[in-house]
Every structure is written in C-alpha cells, then in structure tokens.
Design a protein around this ligand. Structure first.
Ligand code: SAH
Ligand code: SF4
Ligand code: F3S
Length: 456
C-alpha cells in the first residue's frame, strides 16, 4: 500500500481512554507513512472510534455511518472503519446494518490497525477483528498528541468492577495494570518532548497496581513520577470510591506536582440505589472519603458523575442525590439518564422510571450544579491563581486559555488590551504557552474564570 498519499480522518466518541486510543492509532499510522486530514470529504480512510456506554452514544455512530453511505458510493475505494467499544460490542451486527463498512476493529486490536488497513486497501474486503485475547498495547509515538503541553498516559486498561449498569467491563475486558517502569519511561519521554502536564488514565485508576509485583499502588506510582524533571503537573482519572485510600490522598496532599483535584463519581446519593448499582459503598462512606480528602488536601476540588432514573429510583432516592450534591459542592458533575445496556446485570431490573421523570431529574441536577459552579467560581474572583497556559483563543491572539491546579478553566488576556510593541518584545503571546503563570481573576461564569495576567 502506498501509504504516503493515503489520507486518514478519525472521529472519536466517548471517554478519554478512547481519545487516547485514537491518538495512539494516529501515531501508529503516521509511523507507517499515512497522513492525517481534518476534512472528512477528502479522506481515503474514515475511522470512527466509538462508545457503547449509553444508547445515545451508539445511535450517533449509526447515524454517522448512514450518512457516509453517499460518500462511499461516490468513492468505492474509500475505507470505512469502526473501532473501539461499539465495534467490540456489536461486531458482525455492524456489517449487517451498515454493509458499506469495511473494518470492525475491537478494543484489543488497535495495534493491528496498519496491517488490517493494508489488507483491505484496493480490495473492498470486509474484516472483523474483535479477538478478545488480542494484545493490549500501550505503544505510542511521543510526538503525536493534540496539545504540546499536556498528555494522557494510560496506566491501566479494563475494569473488574462490574457496576450493574455498565458495559465497560464487557467491551474493555479485565483490569490490567501497566508496569511502573513503562509508565515512568513514557512520562520522561513526554517531558523531554516539552510536555508539562500528564493525566494518568484508567477506568478505575486508583486500583492501579493490582496484579503487579510488590506493593505497587497508585500512591507509590505518583511518588515515583513526581520528581521527573520538566513535568509540572500530574493528574489522574477516574477514581472509584471503593478503591480510594488514605495513602493516595496523602500523596495528593504531599506531592508538589500532583494537582488538588479528584474525579470520584458517586453515581447516586441513595444507599438503596447504590446497592442495586453494585457500587460497593454507601453514601455515608462516600461522604467520609470526601471529608478525608478535604482534611488531607484542604484546597482539593472534587468532580462526580451521577446517573438519574436508575431502575427503582424513587423520589426520595433522588432527593438523597440532591442532598449529596448540595453537601459536597462539587467542582464539576456529569449527569446521565440511565440507559439499559444489553448484557449488563441491571437489565434484569425493570427500567421503570418514565423518560419524563428521568428528564426532569436530569434537569434539576444540571441546574443545581450550575448554581454551585457559579457560586464556587464567584469565590475565586479577586484572587490570583496558577494557570498552565495551554493555548491561544482562535479569535483573539491576546486571549489565552489554561486550567488551574483545581481544574477550573481560565480565559485571560494580557494587560491593557495587549499593546503590540509589548507583545513583540516578549516574543508574542505564544511565548507564554506551556508556562505556569499567575492570573488575577476578575470575572466568572458557571464554567469559566476570566482573568488578567499580572506578570507580563
Ligand atoms: N470508570 C468510570 C466511568 C466510566 S463510564 C467510573 O467508574 O467512574 C462514565 C460514566 O457513564 C459513569 O460514571 C456513569 O455515570 C455513566 N454511565 C455508565 N453506564 C451508564 C448507563 N448504562 N446509563 C447511564 N449512564 C451510564
Ligand atoms: Fe463501569 Fe463501574 Fe467499571 Fe466505572 S467502575 S467502568 S462505572 S463498571
Ligand atoms: Fe469509554 Fe464509552 Fe468505551 S465511556 S471505555 S468509550 S464504552
């Protein structure tokens, strides 16, 4: 295959693990000589990296595949591939529903992607590659990442928790932790390439170490990564409350580079619901963890996910969730309406909360969290915060963006609407990219803090 002229377009659905898988795949294809395009219409290969977590996520992919039918008819040489979780889950069914698809490549076959595309090219073959025993690889092309200054690093794969509503363990397989040395080497390579912030990724990142030799845990890993020169910030997502330990929280409190932010989904505030979700903790236990986190790391912010309308969720169960949200005052919450997933344990329970009720509860939580966000962000106005400058605003070069250690988004401008002489003397606003900078916060909304740089 003459890959030099082959243009690949990739679209990613779902979570951060999927985004990282797309990055790794792009890297592997670039190594083989493929080029990338942002223009779907000009592509020779179109890849959709998919998600199965809710019905809506799958629906989006099928409708996208449907709308690609015309392009395939006009250009029969076009290779159309479905990758990732929905590929793993639906397999052959994708070919039946969408006969113009050439490749269905599951979550454990990403490393075979160049080979699979090579086999299809020029033949219009269809290949199904969803081998459950396929190898899981963590290989990456270090230079291939969407932002120069920050990167995701996969430290574990899969999930063994089997929460009753969740498809992830079925599509991603058993939990598997990556050896410490491999993680350290990757983070060092990223630092050498100018990366300042790493986010360690795992569906259940705080159970890292299970199955590895010795007493390796996420806490010991953080302690080994913290001294790596060049790295300024370390984050990790997503933490399961059942696997949270004092050791991890102490590491967050003590280590200078580990950011004071936890994504620790509660899913519900009702013990009855939590039990049926098989989450392995009570609301009281969860509240205790939040308290421990805040006493060990005073300025920590906490984010959560919630599911509304889980089977049997009564009004008072929902009220318990509202109370939990009010009491914890999260930094951010993702709220989802329960969506039954074939093959999961929760499908044995009747999906008995009417859609209208799910919608209403969803909206109540969204509104509540938006109020909390507004209040919390208003509390930052008048203060100075440390921001890692990640990029410039597309419409205005004088406005830059970044995040605080607590994961709040900050948009800021240079003082006095950016006099051009001053900008050019400093090498332009680009000279601030990748730097830790103090910003005075002057205004806020529910999602963003606005500020002015105070040291330019
Ligand atoms: N491993 C992570 C999250 C994985 S999926 C964790 O355990 O925290 C991301 C979120 O999707 C979950 O936290 C949950 O809130 C939501 N989710 C998962 N399955 C769902 C379903 N069947 N219906 C609605 N939301 C779901
Ligand atoms: Fe799904 Fe639960 Fe695993 Fe998260 S911990 S991926 S919600 S099974
Ligand atoms: Fe992520 Fe969706 Fe798969 S949430 S692990 S892309 S099912």
């Amino acid at each position: 295959m003459n890959t030099n002229q082959t243009k690949v377009f990739i679209k990613t659905y779902g979570c951060q693990m999927n985004k990282l898988d797309s990055e790794l795949s792009v890297g592997a294809l670039v190594k083989e000589g493929y080029t990338f395009t942002e223009d779907e219409g000009a592509a020779d290969v179109i890849l959709l990296n998919t998600c199965s977590v809710r019905n809506k996520a799958e629906h989006k992919v099928y409708s996208q595949l449907g709308s690609l039918r015309d392009q395939k008819e006009k250009n029969p040489g076009l290779i159309l591939g479905v990758l990732g979780c929905m590929a793993q889950n639906d397999g052959e069914k994708i070919f039946r529903r969408m006969p113009h698809v050439n490749l269905v490549c599951g979550t454990r076959m990403f490393s075979k992607l160049p080979e699979l595309l090579g086999k299809i090219n020029g033949t219009n073959k269809r290949i199904l590659a969803i081998d459950e025993d396929g190898e899981v690889t963590f290989d990456r092309l270090i230079t291939q990442r969407p932002n120069r200054y920050k990167a995701f690093v996969s430290v574990m794969r899969g999930c063994d928790n089997y929460c009753s509503y969740c498809i992830v363990p079925y599509v991603r397989g058993r939990e598997f932790s990556r050896p410490v040395e491999d993680v350290i080497n990757e983070v060092k390579d990223l630092a050498d390439d100018g990366c300042k912030e790493v986010t360690l990724l795992g569906q259940n990142v705080n159970s890292y170490g299970k199955g590895l030799n010795g007493d390796t845990t996420l806490a010991t890993l953080l302690r080994k990564l913290d001294p790596i020169e060049g790295i300024e910030r370390i984050r990790f997502v997503t933490s399961h409350p059942g696997d949270m330990t004092r050791d991890i929280l102490e590491a967050v409190g003590e280590l200078p580079k580990v950011c004071e932010n936890l994504h620790m989904p509660a899913q519900s505030g009702s013990d009855r619901v939590l039990e049926r979700m098989r989450r392995q903790y009570t609301s009281e236990y969860y509240r205790g963890l939040v308290e421990m986190a805040r006493s060990l790391v005073p300025d920590i912010t906490i984010a959560s996910d919630f599911i509304v309308g889980f089977p049997g969720e009564a009004e008072d169960d929902f009220e318990d969730t509202v109370s939990l949200m009010k009491d914890v005052r999260y930094q951010n919450c993702f709220i989802f309406k329960y969506s039954p997933r074939t093959g999961t344990a929760a499908t044995e329970l009747k999906d008995d909360v009417p859609e209208e009720t799910k919608k209403r509860r969803n909206q109540i939580l969204l509104d509540l969290q938006s109020e909390i966000n507004k209040e919390r962000n208003r509390e930052v106005v008048g203060k100075s915060v440390e921001v890692l400058v990640e990029g410039t605003s597309k419409t205005d070069e004088c406005r830059l963006t970044g995040r605080t250690r607590q994961n709040q988004i900050v948009v800021f401008s240079l003082p006095e609407t950016c006099p051009p002489e001053r900008l050019s003397r400093a090498g332009g606003s680009a000279s601030l990219l990748g730097k830790l900078t103090n910003i005075d916060i002057v205004d806020s909304t529910d999602l963003t803090l606005f500020g002015v740089i105070n040291e330019f």
